[in-house]
Design a protein around this ligand. Structure first.
Ligand SMILES: Cc1cc2nc3c(=O)[nH]c(=O)nc-3n(C[C@H](O)[C@H](O)[C@H](O)COP(=O)(O)OP(=O)(O)OC[C@H]3O[C@@H](n4cnc5c(N)ncnc54)[C@H](O)[C@@H]3O)c2cc1C
Length: 486
């Protein structure tokens, strides 16, 4: 009988967990890699096992929604070779997965890979955004969810999207004084219209509940407002904010106000984490309301046969969509491996495809509503840092443009923007848009910052320890923990 090679699942969030569950159900060996210490991804992030949950940090509704998935995960987890606290730092020769963990690196020669690496939060530069105390809403939530830490006393929340609402309520619940929620847009989830448009009632209901509580506690939710500046010497102490125009979110400077705050939580939407799919040679396209996304067929397979991309890493959609996509990819990979028949696969796909379909309008509206508007590009001043890693300021980018840089790669070469450890995660989306606007070019003409291995910081020593154990090993997991090629 043909030995089935493990399917490599990169990322243990809802998308990766969904894929792993379906692979185990079909008796297909699954090797899962995640840089976090515990599975759950961003939304179902688990606290360390030693932590006891206190009442005020009780499971919130989004974690409760993930309970079924987590229960199923617990049933299969012993059959999954999970490498936690391990980063995938590259994919080369299409399907060779390079990983690194605690000073050891290795290569897995995979036949099938499911990339489920999620998204990162879209940073928007403005004066003071690098001050301690200014963080993203995801960072704030992980303080609360993972560490049970109160990240500040007096908070201003700015950006766009439903995460602003839930973050504000979580902060309020643990005793943080939420001064204002600054929503740059005027999105559908705040008007009550969403329940007709989005058919998944529990998600809409969560937002409605959070909104109700915020209203009951007199926490101001200001539409078409955003943060203009964070002030402070060694940490944030106050914030200037004001109105933006409804179409482009351009700051209206004559509406400025300043309030005290020691915590600023920013959430300007998400950017899919496509570094590994870029390295694997998968095709990516640009859509004005969505940004860059990975081209896939209905079964989540990319343009590189055998490589799947699922969840927010392919196209932003949230945890429930991510799980369905992961399950579809897991079933298809099991079918490709010969573990289940095409007829069975069809049957298994059905409910996940129909759930995905019911989320279609939600996905479109959330991407369109949270798409970055060009008016926010008026926020940085000439001396504002735009690339934190390489300390490139806004005027450096303008100088590069004057010197003839016509795309992101040229700006990178002239200024070092995007050359640091984050590889452009902090600057590429905003500066890409700035170049489009300034040079009147399309995103395709402006291009992207090329993904380069290692995509995550790794020591030279760890890479040097890569052992080329070419022979086939009876238990690949042993080889992986020792480093090497399998
Ligand atoms: C910081 C952050 C916080 C968020 N908080 C919330 C929230 O509170 N509520 C909510 O409804 N939604 C939240 N979201 C959105 C939500 O997390 C996603 O919609 C959902 O989790 C998507 O699931 P996923 O499996 O696609 O990705 P994720 O849940 O992001 O999982 C991706 C996994 O891949 C791993 N990974 C990434 N790159 C590598 C690599 N190179 N090597 C190894 N592992 C890797 C990550 O460690 C992560 O565990 C948040 C998103 C982010 C980015």
């Amino acid at each position: 009988m043909k030995k089935i090679k493990p399917v490599v699942v990169i990322g243990a969030g809802p998308a990766g967990m969904g894929a792993a569950i379906e692979l185990v159900k079909a008796d297909v060996p699954c090797m899962m890699i995640d840089e976090a210490p515990r599975p759950g991804g961003q939304v179902y992030r688990q606290p360390p096992t030693k932590f006891q949950t206190q009442e005020k940090y009780k499971l919130n509704s989004e974690q409760k929604r993930g309970k079924d998935l987590y229960t199923q995960w617990l049933e299969v987890k012993d059959k999954v070779n999970l490498l936690s606290s391990t980063s995938v730092v590259g994919i080369w020769n299409e399907k060779e997965v390079i990983y690194s963990s605690e000073g050891i690196s290795g290569i897995i020669e995979a036949e099938q890979i499911i990339i489920a690496t999620g998204a990162y939060e879209r940073p928007v530069p403005f004066p003071g955004w690098t001050l301690p105390g200014v963080m993203t809403v995801g960072g704030v939530k992980s303080f609360i969810k993972t560490m049970f830490v109160k990240p500040g006393k007096q908070a201003v929340i700015a950006g766009t999207g439903p995460l602003l609402i839930s973050t504000a309520n979580r902060l309020h619940e643990i005793g943080v004084n939420v001064m204002a929620i600054l929503e740059a847009g005027n999105p559908p989830w705040t008007s009550g219209a969403f329940s007709k448009e989005w058919q998944e009632v529990d998600f809409a209901q969560d937002i409605a509940n959070d909104l109700e509580e915020l209203k009951g506690n007199n926490i101001p939710l200001l539409f078409n407002h955003t943060i203009f500046e964070a002030h402070g010497k060694s940490e944030v102490t106050s914030v200037t904010y004001g109105e933006v125009d409804a179409k482009d979110w351009k700051p209206l400077n004559d509406t400025k106000r300043t309030i005290n705050a020691d915590l600023v939580a920013l959430g300007f939407g998400f950017v899919s984490n496509t570094e590994l799919s870029m390295l694997a040679g998968c095709r990516h396209d640009f859509h004005p309301g969505i940004g860059w996304y990975i081209v896939r067929n209905e079964m989540m397979e990319t343009t590189v046969p055998g490589i799947f991309s699922v969840g927010d890493g392919a196209l932003i959609g949230g945890a429930i969509i991510a799980e369905q996509e992961g399950r579809i990819a897991g079933i298809k990979a099991a079918q490709n491996a010969g573990a289940i028949t095409a007829g069975d696969a069809e049957k298994y796909f059905e409910k996940h495809l129909s759930r995905l379909h019911s989320f279609k309008s939600f996905r479109i509206s959330i991407n369109e509503a949270t798409a970055m508007r060009k008016g926010l590009l008026y926020l940085p001043k000439v001396e504002t840092l735009v690339c934190r890693c390489e300390e490139v300021v806004f005027s450096d980018v303008n100088t590069a443009i004057k010197e003839g840089a016509g795309d992101l790669q040229s700006v990178k070469l002239l200024t070092r923007l995007g050359m640091g450890p984050c590889q452009g995660r902090n600057c590429a989306s905003s500066m890409g848009m700035y170049l489009c606007e300034t040079l009147k070019k399309t995103p395709e003409q402006i291009g992207r910052i090329n993904s380069r291995p290692p995509v995550k910081p790794v020591t030279l020593g760890a890479l040097a320890k890569m052992i080329n154990a070419e022979e086939e090993l009876s238990n690949p997991f042993d080889a992986i923990t020792a480093g090497g090629r399998i």
